[in-house]
Design a protein around this ligand. Structure first.
Ligand code: PLP
Length: 362
């Protein structure tokens, strides 16, 4: 069906699979013969319990989450995790290590500094976060309660291709903009968290995957709602969860399973898409990528012409032609194409055709 939709390259909230939106629309008025919309039903009902259980089951299956990890569906966005992580994991030695690879990583570091001794082991701020810094293990704090990284840096378009070896110190990662984009070995982490609105669902739910032994050690002053134990003891239903977003997340997971089988194939598709744009950027005389090649993200691809007036002209003409939300983050300028799971490969191919045309005419 033709809905007259644009190609949406927004960094978040971002594009969702069309078939997921169609399914949600079809089920809007009467979900599975319940006579209600998922938006309207009690979160304590049997029907809703089925929905949240199914979402968790699919997430565990697709991400291959080991049994000794809890999956929590919370609110407050990834930003609330900047406080929850130190409050819950940092009470022992009151110390944690951080790698500063962008604004989100920096915010996590700053928030943690309010509760504990936060130590910066490396930063790429000297070059506008355009690369992932080399890490020197000898600079890691042996007695840290956790080690925090932002695995994929949404604004700058960088991604860790190798994980730091933190030995017994639990590795914590913000995976908001790369969750479900490729396989990830959950067992290498103490905790993973992601706001859903990049690659998983509409805004409103935050997924936390946490090793069970890390739950239950929060600072005494931790608010009840910010304690992981509150949510793990209550199946993410201590209070009303973001019901509809969890349902949508389930539909997106089903879409991955049905169309790709799992994250290996999802990754191949994402690589194919990203490479179309990177290959063009590497050969264009007008556009160029802003990220060092060894640090490139699969999901967020920033680029510039080197002339801010030309950038603005490109963004305006792209918008007119149905390629929207390509304006780069204000701290980088230029353009950024976010090519999350739900961006179809035709969208990237057509964008590159449009860029070639623009290059020829300008
Ligand atoms: C978008 C984003 C955030 C912020 O998420 P909210 O849900 O808005 O709090 C944090 N970290 C990363 C990597 C992001 O991409």
């Amino acid at each position: 069906m033709n809905y007259n939709r644009v190609y949406n390259f927004s960094a978040g909230p971002s594009v969702l699979p069309e078939s997921v939106l169609e399914k949600a629309a079809a089920e809007m008025m009467n979900y599975n013969q319940s006579g209600q919309s998922v938006m309207e039903m009690s979160h304590r009902s049997k029907v809703y319990q089925g929905i949240i259980d199914n979402t968790e089951k699919l997430l565990r299956e697709i991400m291959n989450i080991p049994d000794n990890y809890e999956v929590l569906f919370l609110q407050g966005g990834a930003s609330t995790q900047f406080a929850m992580v130190p409050l819950n994991l940092g009470s022992k030695n009151k110390k944690a290590d951080f790698v500063i690879t962008g604004q989100w990583a920096k915010k996590a570091y700053k928030e943690a500094s309010r509760y504990l001794d936060a130590n910066v082991v490396a930063s790429s701020e000297d070059q506008t976060f355009s690369y992932i810094p080399q890490l020197d293990e000898s600079s890691f704090s042996k007695d840290a309660d956790f080690f925090h990284i932002c695995l994929n840096n949404t604004i700058y378009g960088t991604k860790f291709s190798e994980l730091p070896n933190t030995a017994d110190v639990p590795l914590v990662a913000d995976i908001s903009s790369c969750i479900l984009s490729e396989p990830i070995d959950v067992s290498k982490f103490g905790l993973l968290y992601a706001g859903a609105q990049k690659n998983m669902a509409p805004a409103g739910v935050t997924v936390v995957i946490v090793r069970k032994d890390l739950i239950g050690n929060a600072f005494d002053f931790t608010p009840t709602m910010l304690n992981y134990k509150t949510h793990s003891d209550n199946g993410s239903m201590f209070n009303t969860p973001p019901c509809y977003c969890i349902y949508m997340c389930g539909l997106v997971l089903e879409w991955i399973k049905e169309n790709f089988g799992g994250l290996e194939e999802m990754k191949k598709y994402n690589e194919e898409k990203a490479n179309i744009l990177y290959d063009y950027l590497d050969n264009s005389k007008m556009f160029k990528g802003t990220v060092r090649k060894d640090s490139r993200s699969l999901m967020n691809i920033p680029f510039v012409t080197g002339d801010s007036d030309l950038d603005a002209k490109f963004v305006a003409e792209a918008t007119k032609n149905g390629f929207v939300n390509l304006k780069g983050h204000r701290s980088v300028g230029g353009m950024r194409a976010s090519v999350y799971n739900a961006m179809p490969i035709e969208g990237v191919k057509k964008l590159v055709e449009f860029m070639k045309e623009f290059e020829k005419n300008n």
